[in-house]
Design a binder for this molecule. Structure first.
Ligand SMILES: Nc1ncnc2c1ncn2[C@@H]1O[C@H](COP(=O)(O)OP(=O)(O)OP(=O)(O)O)[C@@H](O)[C@H]1O
Ligand SMILES: [Mg+2]
Length: 256
């Protein structure tokens, strides 16, 4: 098993706010590491450290066994770490193929070369999306006309095509219905089976358990659960996620 990213006792403070403390985890190739937790638990902070958005200020981040402190997402990307953010930095009116190549266009050149390159980019985008089973009616249609689930899938296909080794997904299923979530979870599994190390952030233990190999629950910035798939079942994950005792207390308060 190849470990792509390792965190050793990582901590992060924003001024006086200690958002994360003493986090140790591994992201392995061909596995899905799920990070669960309530609002404000520190999930986004954790992935921002891996993706180069915010540097950590305690502990160590190792990529391919070497200590790193990324100072920009570009640096993380150069190490093959790609992040799909929940709000997706897509321009709604931009065509699907152009969005697929956004920031990585095959350089245009002059007429008639420019036309050829555009044809080439359209063909590649279409092929890559089909490879992952995403069929868009027309590669020229604006990305804004795709559903939330399809947009997540385009972003995943794009990361895979551009050579990501680690794929970080921040709550890709949060805003989606059951069917759409299922589609996204299939691509999470496809990325895993293609050998990528996937970091999957979610509130939903059911979604996590469908694809996860390793589960970490964060609470107020610390890991309260850290188990592999054979060490935890869905019931326990759900109970822990719901905050077992707190739920019992709430049920008592609500008096039902
Ligand atoms: N840029 C920032 N400046 C100051 N505090 C921050 C910043 N980003 C996050 N925090 C704080 O750090 C803590 C963890 O936030 P984080 O966004 O990582 O939580 P989260 O688990 O992703 O929550 P959610 O489920 O709502 O997305 C929170 O208390 C939050 O207010
Ligand atoms: Mg978040």
């Amino acid at each position: 098993m190849t470990t792509l990213i390792e965190m050793e006792n990582v901590g992060k403070s924003y001024g006086a706010i200690r958002a994360l403390r003493d986090i140790s985890l591994k992201v392995n190739a061909g596995e899905v590491t799920c990070v669960l937790g309530d609002n404000g638990a520190g999930k986004s902070t954790l992935i921002k450290i891996m993706s180069g958005l915010h540097p950590h200020n305690e502990g160590a981040l190792l990529v391919d066994g070497e200590k790193q402190t990324f100072s920009s997402p570009r640096e993380a990307l150069d190490h093959g770490i790609a992040t799909v953010y929940q709000d997706l930095a897509v321009v709604p009116l931009m065509e699907v193929w152009r969005n697929f190549f956004l920031g990585a266009e095959i350089s245009a050149g002059r007429f008639p070369l420019a036309g050829l390159r555009i044809k080439q980019m359209k063909r590649i985008a279409d092929e890559e999306l089909r490879k992952m089973g995403i069929v868009v009616q027309d590669i020229d249609q604006p990305i804004g006309t795709l559903s939330g689930g399809q947009r997540q899938c385009v972003a995943i296909a794009r990361a895979v095509y551009f050579g990501a080794r680690v794929l970080i997904l921040d709550e890709p299923t949060a805003a989606l219905g059951v069917k759409q979530s299922g589609v996204v979870l299939k691509y999470v599994a496809a990325a895993r089976d293609a050998g990528l190390g996937v970091v999957f952030i979610t509130h939903n233990p059911h979604h996590a358990y469908l694809v996860g190999d390793h589960f970490i629950i964060l609470k107020l910035g610390t890991a309260v659960l850290d188990r592999t798939r054979d060490e935890v079942d869905l019931d326990e994950l759900t109970t822990q996620m719901a905050g077992g005792d707190e739920l019992a207390e709430l049920s008592h308060e609500l008096g039902r």
